[in-house]
Design a protein around this ligand. Structure first.
Ligand code: ADP
Length: 308
């Protein structure tokens, strides 16, 4: 055979490059298929985002997932906050390790119907730092989506890393038909500047915004009962109005939130009838409303801002 035409020969120019290209395309196709097979069993996927760290994004994600699971929903909570995975601690699941078989990973169960996956379950110790470059992070995020056997779920709540960098971008691109994002901010200008970026990020990616939550809005002094606006107040609501996105309410600073995060019992579970717990109501409702909006990305509807 003419050497030039024998494409099975690695020494023939262009051929191995061509084959590599085809292999890559096949790999991507199989990957997409595996992703849509796994994620197809999940009715609704909701991202919890924030412009910056420390505003209570994980706290809100944990309490939202717990509220939904207490209401009898089948819930998954995916922690892809690779550099600060605090979900195992907040749900008292430290020391648990992921079990796997034949390229399948099984989530850890918290309570009866809350399934949890966190990078924290892969670390030997809570003190271990993840020092990974972009492709490794992308690889683990992909694996968490592709290889985790979530089973049938009503909701998957994704606790994304803060900001608008590689990891939030990867997850938003990998979950192609996510129902929307809840964006957490604190009321002060510094946080609001970055949350505007998160809103623009969602719009760029055509990810519907379910709403903005203002966390750490005011503290009631336990001694004099006067309100102290530690990080100002009302900024989140005003920003939501300016940016034309739904506002899902304010959560006050409550020392019991810190305590419940630290002892691993979600606040909404431990203090279910408190005033602060009721602040989570509109967020839970906005997620449960998705049930009446199947195929949300193709539809419009109250409580969901559609991207232009
Ligand atoms: P993020 O995920 O945005 O980095 P976290 O959810 O980890 O933030 O919260 C950071 C800290 O703030 C935690 O110790 C948590 O207990 C505390 N926290 C969050 N929201 C509140 C609140 N409303 N009142 C008091 N403490 C809070």
């Amino acid at each position: 055979m003419d050497k030039k035409k024998d494409c099975s020969r690695p020494d023939v120019p262009n051929c191995s490059a061509k084959m590599q290209h085809t292999d890559k395309k096949l790999e991507q196709y199989l990957e997409r298929q595996a992703l849509s097979q796994r994620l197809g069993k999940i009715k609704h996927k909701v991202m919890v985002l924030s412009g910056k760290g420390g505003v209570g994004k994980t706290t809100v994600a944990v309490n939202l997932a717990t509220s939904l699971s207490v209401l009898g929903k089948r819930v998954g909570l995916l922690d892809i906050d690779i550099h600060g995975p605090s979900i195992p601690k907040m749900l008292n699941l430290q020391g648990r390790t992921l079990q796997g078989k034949d390229e399948t990973l099984y989530p850890i169960l918290s309570g009866e119907n809350l399934k949890v996956i966190s990078i924290g379950f892969l670390l030997k110790s809570e003190d271990d730092a993840v020092i990974w470059r972009g492709p490794m992070k992308m690889g683990v995020i992909k694996q968490f989506l592709k290889d985790v056997e979530w089973g049938e779920l009503d909701y998957l709540i994704v606790d994304s890393p803060p900001g608008t960098g590689d990891e939030p971008l990867s997850i938003c691109q990998l979950i192609e038909n996510a129902d929307g994002a809840i964006i957490i901010t604190t009321p002060q200008d510094i946080a609001l500047i970055s949350v505007r970026k998160s809103i623009k990020f969602c719009r760029e990616l055509n990810l519907p915004i379910l709403g903005v939550v203002e966390n750490m809005a005011g503290l009631i002094c336990p001694h004099c009962q006067q309100r102290i606006d530690v990080f100002k107040t009302g900024g989140g609501k005003k920003m939501a109005q300016d940016m034309k996105v739904p506002f899902l309410g304010s959560i006050p600073i409550d020392p019991k939130i810190v305590e419940s995060c630290d002892d691993g019992t979600p606040y909404v579970y431990k203090y279910a009838s408190s005033e602060t717990a009721t602040a989570f109501g509109p967020m839970v409702k906005s997620i449960m409303n998705l049930d009446s909006k199947e195929g949300n990305r193709q539809s419009t509807g109250a409580g969901t801002e559609k991207c232009p």
